[in-house]
Design a protein around this ligand. Structure first.
Ligand code: AHG
Ligand code: MN
Ligand code: MN
Ligand code: MN
Length: 333
């Protein structure tokens, strides 16, 4: 209605981050706020290009195969470049790790005390058919400000991440973020270019949904097969079968966003997803929203990646479902 247009009690990404910093009581240098605002700017730019991709002729693949042995899409390159430039421009980052860069990027900067790990465009195989894609990021603080930044600052458990989040370019553009005190969602208002707080302290929903690419069934562990049987053929209760719904978008950001809002479990058991810039940020968000994330055998955030592109199996979502998977691994491993 008309009153909507005149709302003056808006909370933007920037003012929210500052409020969170003040609540944390930690001495706020404003560096984290600057970093997150710049990540917001990069996501706005990517959102703008993703929506016009067909028109701008930036759809489709390049001739490049990346370190992941994937064919690089044109939008992968553009998203990666804008992200690197805008984060470098803050002067607050010491190291960048991107899915699209073989090596970590070291930046000489006086006040560079943060590490940003990111997947500039997640779900890029879905771009050409218009299915939601997104950007995923995580932030560490360097271990020692007086030391020279090194990979020791990066190959750390996810429990040491100070922020994690994603931006999904779907029917609307929504930034979902945690800095360690709950999960908040910000919807991009295309008219003002502002991310406005629209989802406060998101808690996992309670829907019974399972999400997995069953095309990989040939490679599933016994535990995964047993879990899938348990959700496909649940025992009848009072003559009623409490059936689950199957949903799979094929973009991690899409599948995780649905799991965060609706509940359920998302699984990629065969280790395609990358620990630092896919599994850790999503695991941090799930735990902050009352859910869980596991490799099947251990808490995801306690994994220590061996290299910057290391992968892991991941099961995330409703705590009871993740617990059920872990129990089956214990029983059947
Ligand atoms: P990316 O596009 O960043 O390489 O990530 C793709 C990932 C993730 O988005 C998704 O969950 C998974 O690939 C889907 O894999 P399958 O197509 O094998 O199901
Ligand atoms: Mn990729
Ligand atoms: Mn990805
Ligand atoms: Mn990607």
């Amino acid at each position: 209605g008309h009153s909507e247009e005149l709302r003056t009690d808006i909370v933007t990404l920037t003012t929210h981050i500052i409020a969170e910093q003040q609540k944390s009581g930690k001495p706020a240098t404003g560096d984290m706020s600057l970093l997150l605002s710049s990540i917001g700017s990069a996501c706005k730019w990517i959102s703008n290009v993703v929506r016009k991709a067909e028109l701008l002729k930036v759809i489709g693949a390049t001739a490049i195969t990346n370190v992941q042995a994937e064919t690089v899409q044109k939008l992968d390159v553009l998203s990666n470049e804008i992200f690197i430039n805008l984060i470098k421009g803050t002067g607050r980052a010491a190291i960048l790790v991107s899915e699209e860069n073989d090596e970590a990027i070291f930046i000489e900067s006086e006040r560079g005390h943060y590490i940003v790990v990111f997947d500039p465009l997640d779900g890029s195989s879905n771009i050409d058919c218009g299915v939601s894609v997104g950007t995923i990021f995580g932030i560490y603080h360097v271990l020692d400000r007086s030391a020279k930044p090194s990979l020791k600052d990066v190959l750390r458990p996810g429990t040491e991440m100070v922020a994690g989040g994603y931006c999904m370019y779907g029917s609307s553009t929504i930034m979902v973020l945690t800095t360690g005190d709950g999960v908040d969602g910000f919807t991009l208002d295309p008219n003002t270019g502002e991310f406005l707080l629209t989802h406060q302290k998101i808690k996992l929903g309670k829907k019974k949904i399972y999400s997995i690419n069953e095309g990989n069934s040939h490679a599933f562990d016994k535990a995964v097969k047993a879990y899938l049987d348990s959700v496909k053929f649940p025992p009848a209760v009072n003559g009623k079968v409490p059936a689950y719904t199957a949903r799979y978008v094929g973009s991690m950001v899409g599948d995780v966003h649905r799991t965060l809002l609706y509940g359920g479990i998302f699984m990629y058991p065969t280790g395609k997803l990358r620990i630092l810039y896919e599994c850790f940020p999503m695991a941090m968000l799930m735990e902050q929203a009352g859910g869980k994330a596991s490799t099947g055998r251990k808490r995801m955030l306690e994994v220590v990646p061996e290299s910057i592109h290391s992968r892991a199996p991941i099961f995330l979502g409703t705590a009871a479902e993740v617990d059920a998977v872990e129990a089956l691994y214990k029983k059947l491993d």
